[in-house]
Design a protein around this ligand. Structure first.
Ligand SMILES: O=C(CO)[C@H](O)[C@H](O)COP(=O)(O)O
Ligand SMILES: [Fe+2]
Length: 218
């Protein structure tokens, strides 16, 4: 079953709780929260404070995507704020294995994220430690970018790597996901779809979630 994780990056931040409740009513699986620090990526978004406030307004599992340098410095704050799943970028961690262990010790589910240019060989040594691999399908930093088709091959390769090792790990794709690219990603082996602009950029949020779900159930 494919899971849908709306990214609030394209939501109306003045009506955040209301918009989160709309995706929750539409039956999504996760809420995807993009944390950016202006160092690892050129953009700055929000931190644990906003996540803590949203936690009071939503029952959804929080899928926190940390696009920050040295994420290990902030893991405790994000878990305390209500993160259920935490993705750290392999490019941002000096000691990736240790960082993933810390996420587990703090009681959250660990995931590792890769930029489009980063090879799968960089995460081979941690596959047994994670619940999910997040493959960026755009260069991280902004919502509303175009899906990079070359990542499809990487999704296929990752799925094969996991199957060969008998590892039952989710493959999440993030960036430029819409009804068309979602189907390509799912056919390649992805089973968690992040969508920001395709959901929060739509006039009818609940209809946009239904459209995305139907596009991969054909
Ligand atoms: O991590 C991200 C950007 O770095 C976002 O999750 C992603 O871009 C979602 O937005 P959209 O669906 O509009 O591409
Ligand atoms: Fe993201």
């Amino acid at each position: 079953m494919v899971k849908i994780a709306p990214s609030i990056l394209s939501a109306d931040f003045s009506r955040l709780a209301e918009q989160v409740q709309a995706v929750e009513r539409a039956g999504v699986d996760y809420l995807h929260l993009d944390v950016m620090d202006g160092h690892f990526v050129p953009n700055i978004t929000f931190g644990p404070g906003i996540i803590k406030s949203l936690r009071q307004n939503s029952q959804l599992p929080f899928d926190v995507h940390l696009m920050i340098d040295e994420p290990e410095r902030y893991l405790e704050s994000f878990v305390a704020a209500g993160a259920d799943l935490i993705s750290v970028h392999v490019e941002a961690c000096r000691h990736l294995h240790r960082t993933l262990e810390t996420i587990k010790e703090l009681g959250a589910r660990p995931a590792v994220a890769l930029n489009p240019a980063t090879p799968l060989s960089s995460i081979e040594h941690v596959l047994a430690e994670v619940d999910m691999v997040l493959l960026m399908t755009v260069n991280p930093g902004f919502g509303g970018q175009k899906f990079i088709p070359a990542v499809i091959r990487k999704i296929v390769q990752l799925k094969k790597m996991l199957d060969d090792e008998n590892l039952n790990i989710d493959i999440e794709v993030d960036g430029g996901i819409n009804a068309e690219t979602a189907l390509q990603a799912v056919r390649a082996g992805a089973n968690v779809l992040v969508a920001g602009s395709a959901i929060f950029g739509a006039n009818d949020i609940e209809k946009a979630v239904r459209t995305l779900r139907m596009s991969v159930n054909t």
